[in-house]
Design a protein around this ligand. Structure first.
Ligand code: LHQ
Length: 269
């Protein structure tokens, strides 16, 4: 494992070959999310957005779980002294900024799902661009079992990935979705043996981090825009974004490398 950056209580953060890896690090609670986790994730995602040396992000969990969602044992989840827990404020101030920040990052993001993902933990994985999970990982909506609405973006990401009827089936029944079923539904890109997860995630992440980062990021922006565009608007979006991509150094290098019959060496600029 590459050297870890200091400074967080609940996250491990490491850099290697242009890939930043964030490991949720509360293994005894299956990496459940408390206020420290949301604060630290918000801070780290802001740092990544400003750091041009980070060309791919991997999000994973320590121990046997990926993330069990909101920490149900923390004081906040049990309610404050007035007996109420302000769900709307928790989402607006703590969870939503993380989902928005992940979605807006103009680099590829990859969830390396090492075990169970529940509630907002599943939402976090769904807010990444790509997902690789281990055989034996499972996905638990959790929300319907405790009378809540799927949140942290899940009502937005899930129907886009699987269609509304399947998304409602998953949300209403709340039955665990196995990694194999999730792969079949299009919720996962790959399922691997547990001992292969780290190398499979690293291989994809390093390949992406060596890519033409601006072009990859603009591709993500274009596909996100397409979700709410009519064809004519999208064609114009493509024209605008290609105008930007066509002026990057990586485009010039890509064409030069093609002509010189050698692999391109992209810098991300
Ligand atoms: C946990 C948790 C957990 C604390 C396992 N908290 N300790 C957003 C914003 C605002 C408000 C509300 O909600 C949200 C979104 C949400 O995320 S709501 C959904 C919250 N999450 C859940 O309801 C999931 C609760 N956990 C489970 O159902 C199970 O633990 C799963 C299915 C994740 C895993 O089951 P098992 O593999 O059987 O493990 P386990 O249940 O034995 O858990 C292992 C330990 O982790 C255990 O601690 P212990 O001290 O007994 O060993 C659990 O208490 C702890 N843990 N989830 N969310």
């Amino acid at each position: 494992m590459p050297p870890q950056q200091a400074g967080y209580e609940t996250l491990l953060v490491a850099d290697a070959a242009g890939v930043r890896t964030i490991t949720l690090n509360r293994p005894d609670e299956l990496n459940a999310i408390d206020d420290r986790v949301t604060t630290e994730l918000q801070t780290e995602l802001k740092k990544i957005a400003r750091d041009r040396s980070v060309r791919c992000l991997v999000l994973t969990g320590a121990g046997r779980g990926f993330c069990a969602g909101q920490d149900l044992k923390s004081a906040a989840a049990r309610g404050d002294k007035d007996g109420g827990f302000d769900f709307a404020a928790a989402l607006r101030n703590r969870y939503n900024p993380i989902i928005s920040a992940l979605w807006a990052l103009e680099i590829p993001t990859l969830a390396a799902i090492n075990g169970v993902a529940a509630g907002a933990g599943w939402s976090l994985a769904l807010a990444c661009d790509l997902r690789i999970a281990v055989k034996g990982a499972k996905f638990v909506g959790a929300f319907s079992k405790i009378g809540l609405v799927p949140d942290s973006g899940m009502t937005w990401t899930l129907p886009r990935l699987v269609g509304v009827a399947k998304a409602l089936e998953i949300a209403w029944f709340g039955d665990a979705v196995t990694a194999e079923a999730a792969l079949q539904y299009g919720l996962l890109n790959r399922v691997v043996e547990p001992e292969q997860l780290e190398s499979a995630a690293r291989e994809w992440a390093e390949r992406l981090a060596k890519g033409a980062t601006r072009g990859l990021g603009l591709t993500k922006r274009a596909m996100h825009a397409a979700m709410s565009h009519m064809l004519e608007e999208q064609l114009e979006t493509e024209a605008q974004l290609q105008g930007v991509a066509g002026r990057t150094r990586d485009y010039a290098e890509g064409v030069k490398a093609f002509i010189e019959k050698r692999p391109a060496e992209f810098t991300g600029e």
